[in-house]
Ligand binder design. Structure first.
Ligand code: KG4
Ligand code: ZN
Length: 398
């Protein structure tokens, strides 16, 4: 099955084309085309993602990315038949709020043949609604013009499924041997959740953040240190240097909710503690220099990791799991992966650990295509009409 996948839930505009084969036990994903544009630099001056700017950028970049992904998949074929007046009108209605996107898609679909795909997968939530709408509207327009079904896909499910794959020698990805029940730790800019799966798509949320997500905490902390958005990778780099150079901070930060009885998280207190510590340090010593910044980044990263690892351990001791999987942007952190692996080896030696290749950890469209395929073969695609297919900022796993 060939799937065109679209992701626009946050600040990455992404289009991928996947050829998917196999079944729930042995799925195989061949990436035929993959185009991604990160708007991170554009949002940098706001210190976070600015929804209306994200929407505009998605709309401007979608069609060129679609073209690039289809070209890479060798699916761009010139077509000399222009769209009918009726098609242009319907497209105009479907994209009534996005005239530029409508015009770009009219030009594109008039110029090129219908590609050899079987379905269009698109993220319908969770995420920023103005951003999600761009992908959804584009998917609806292409679905109408090309007569292809839509597979509405949950962004978090994309993180989970893609983290359960490994690269194969042919340049694609194979599903790992997933032993259910599986526990997923999802750590991204918008989410920090422990999800227990007794089977595919059978979810129970057993822990979550009460305030900031882990990635959000990294982004806000990085901003305090004057580092660009997204802050997670910047903090990771500084912390790594501190470890290599044997630098420890003079500052000690709290590990919020480390010993609470539940599997929940809270990172906003940690962020506030970091801010007060920074102010106190600077009132005593003046501006923080590079060396102390490295140590401070190390301390902050270790505080976040200590809590993530302790709560994952607690969840595993209460919910027997065959596989532990980590996904979401923060799972790109090598330090987090190493700490989780050490905890697992020590306490749950029979359990398998899974994580995606780093390039699939942060937002992309490949993961959306992967999750859509797993839904398709388990016959659990949400049955939504065109009208019901809406951006759902708070979409839950279900
Ligand atoms: O999954 P993702 O790309 O987008 C959302 O769905 O939110 O996650 C983005 C988040 C950002 O907060 C970013 O700072 C964080 O993931 N991140 C990291 C690392 N790479 C990305 N956090 C810590 N360490 C990293 N290496
Ligand atoms: Zn994400």
């Amino acid at each position: 099955m060939k799937i065109l996948a679209i992701e626009t839930s946050c600040d990455e505009t992404a289009v991928a084309i996947l050829e998917c084969t196999g079944d729930l036990d042995a799925a195989r994903f061949n990436v035929l085309g993959n185009a991604l544009y990160s708007q991170a630099e554009k949002h940098s001056e706001y210190g976070g993602v600015y929804p209306n700017l994200a929407k505009r950028e998605h709309a401007a970049n979608f069609t060129p990315l679609l073209q690039a992904a289809l070209a890479e998949a060798e699916m761009l074929m010139a077509n000399h038949e222009p769209l009918s007046v009726e098609q242009c009108e319907t497209l105009g209605e479907l994209l009534s709020r996005e005239a530029d996107l409508a015009n770009a898609l009219i030009d594109f679909t008039s110029e090129f043949e219908v590609p050899d795909i079987d379905a269009i997968a698109v993220t319908h939530g969770p995420g920023l609604e103005p951003a999600l709408w761009v992908g959804l509207n584009a998917a609806r327009a292409l679905s109408y013009l090309w007569n292809k079904p839509i597979i509405p896909t949950n962004h978090i499910e994309g993180h989970i499924v893609s983290s359960l794959t490994l690269p194969n020698p042919k340049g694609g990805f194979d599903l790992v041997d997933v032993r259910m029940p599986t526990l997923a730790l999802i750590v991204s800019g918008g989410h920090t959740e422990l999800v227990y799966m007794t089977d595919w798509f059978d979810y129970r949320i057993i822990g979550g953040t009460r305030d900031d997500a882990a990635g959000e905490a990294f982004d806000k902390f990085a901003r305090m240190l004057g580092l660009p958005y997204p802050g997670g990778p910047e903090i990771s780099k500084l912390a790594e240097k501190a470890r290599r150079e044997g630098i420890n901070s003079k500052i000690t930060l709290p590990r919020p909710m480390l010993t609470s009885a539940d599997c929940d998280f809270s990172f906003s207190g940690l962020k506030t503690a970091a801010l007060y510590s920074l102010r106190e340090y600077e009132s005593e010593h003046g501006l923080m220099g590079d060396r102390e910044k490295k140590g401070f980044a190390r301390e902050f990263e270790e505080a976040v990791i200590d809590v993530l690892v302790a709560k994952t351990r607690k969840a595993l001791s209460q919910h027997k799991s065959g596989t532990l999987v980590i996904g979401g942007g923060v799972s790109a952190s090598k330090a987090l992966r190493v700490s989780l692996q050490e905890m697992a080896d020590k306490n749950f030696p029979d359990m398998d650990c899974a994580a995606s290749v780093p390039s699939l950890a942060t937002d992309n469209a490949v993961m959306i295509g992967m999750a859509a395929f797993m839904r398709e073969i388990s016959e659990q695609v949400p049955n939504l009409s065109f009208e019901e297919l809406r951006a759902q900022g708070n979409l839950k796993l279900q």
